[in-house]
Design a protein around this ligand. Structure first.
Ligand SMILES: C[S@@+](CC[C@H](N)C(=O)[O-])C[C@H]1O[C@@H](n2cnc3c(N)ncnc32)[C@H](O)[C@@H]1O
Length: 169
């Protein structure tokens, strides 16, 4: 059985997670990608909001150009983050790489949603940085859902801390 340290959601036809965050389990909801991609790198077909993995399985979850799922509404943010923080370990990260105009992952919207929701037993700390020429991902061919090239310009990292009950008063 393959051991995966990290997970990429909505990976499409790409292999971003395997190139930069290996060993990484590449997942996407769309089963048609199996034949649509020139080379299909996906390890598992699943919805980012319903992951077939146990609790505390991965150290990093990666979302590149999320579209059709993500942080657009409070409700979808709550469902997504509940599921991601379930499969992530304590002291883990969610890395979102996208364009500032993509409504599913604009930094402002993600920040607002994080303040709007409360996740039981989980603290999330938020940082944003520009993706510039110094960024190791710059040459990677990121794609839109319909296969056009896109240039993400923001990298948002959510640092996840789980609060364990120690049993002490
Ligand atoms: C804009 S593409 C990005 C593809 C790739 N990450 C990239 O940056 O090149 C968005 C991908 O998210 C997938 N997707 C959409 N909704 C999803 C969901 N609920 N769960 C998992 N993947 C989803 C789509 O099938 C598509 O492959």
């Amino acid at each position: 059985m393959t051991f995966f340290k990290n997970i990429e959601l909505g990976a499409g036809c790409g292999n971003f997670g395997k190139l930069f965050f290996s060993p990484c389990c590449l997942t996407d909801k769309n089963k048609e990608l199996k034949i649509a991609c020139d080379i299909c790198h996906l390890d598992c077909f699943c919805d980012a909001c319903e992951l077939p993995f146990g609790e505390n399985t991965f150290g990093i979850a990666i979302l590149c150009n999320p579209y059709g799922y993500g942080f657009n509404t409070k409700e979808e943010t709550e469902i997504l983050l509940n599921e991601l923080t379930r499969v992530l370990t304590d002291d883990s990260r969610i890395i979102i790489i996208g364009n500032h105009r993509n409504k599913y992952c604009t930094p402002k919207r993600i920040e607002k949603r994080i303040h709007q929701i409360s996740l039981q037993g989980v603290n999330i700390h938020f940082t944003v940085k520009e993706t510039d020429s110094a960024c190791p991902y710059m040459g990677y061919p990121f794609l839109t859902t319909d296969g056009r090239k896109t240039n993400p310009n923001k990298e948002i990292t959510l640092y996840v801390r789980k609060q364990f009950n120690t049993g002490l008063d």
